[in-house]
Design a protein around this ligand. Sequence first.
Ligand code: FE2
Length: 322
Amino acid sequence: MDGTTILDGYTPVNLEVLRLDRIPGFDLYIPGAKGMVLYREKNVIFTFKNLKTLLENNVRYLYFKNTEEGKYFDYIENNLPSIVKDNKVSSEKKASLIYDSSAHLAQQLISDPDSKKTIQKASKMVDTVVSFTAAGKDAYKDIIRMLPSDYYTHTHCANVATYCLALGQVLGLTSNSGLWELTLGALLHDIGKIRVPQEILNKKGPLSREEFETVKQHVQWGMEIASRTRSVPHASMPAIAQHHERISGKGYPFGIKEMHQFGKIVAVADSFDAMTTNRPYAKARSSFEAILIIKTQTTEYDRNIVNALIEVMADKKAEVKV
Ligand SMILES: [Fe+2]
């Protein structure tokens, strides 16, 4: 979140995020001399007058109880299109809200992948993200800058979706030509992991042959889940179905060489994120190191997509400049 102190049990909300004349749906608190004081109840409209008074008193943040985090994310999700269009909200703030909401949504998708409502929310979210990044050149870099370095399945899905969105744009895809379908597929690419036992997913040591066979099944399980909901367009499916395939034919589950472009893009984004985040069995590598590894595996990854990754990452950190 922001660089403000997170008081025990409470999370700050920047005032610029609160929409005027709307009901927040979660209680808002303000720090007082003896701790947090209730400022507005959840069903009271937040007005321009409220905002003005707070700003005149140098208040920039209100707080919500961590127990109401779900309500906060519902509010952000519902209001994200309006926040993204608001010139008063900084691009960094928009990027951080987009990322946090996408990761939260990915978590909901993973815990309840059969929920049509959640998949519909995800497609709406992808709409907002695509229009945010299409509006400003390189806007995706604001999101990439805030990707977390610790691995969780839901943050991995949000990270891979961000990289795919960026790669798709560099490769010339637009919202009318597959960018939306690619990003949604990328957000769902590991949804089949819901069926892989946690003890296998979190295992610190190397996997046994049998365990690896179970992990590999997440691709088919993901395809099954995604096709069953009917809210995932057919065009997004290769992102899920082929993210572990390799152009050498040595990938899984099908071992195909002729990969769909979305499969090739997600394969690069997935490997790059896996290498640059801390996993139970391996420490995160730097972006530079990960790019070098992917770049040398010329028989595995599509060269155009690796070049696009280099372009995307070129100014994230000085050492990535190739
Ligand atoms: Fe996967």
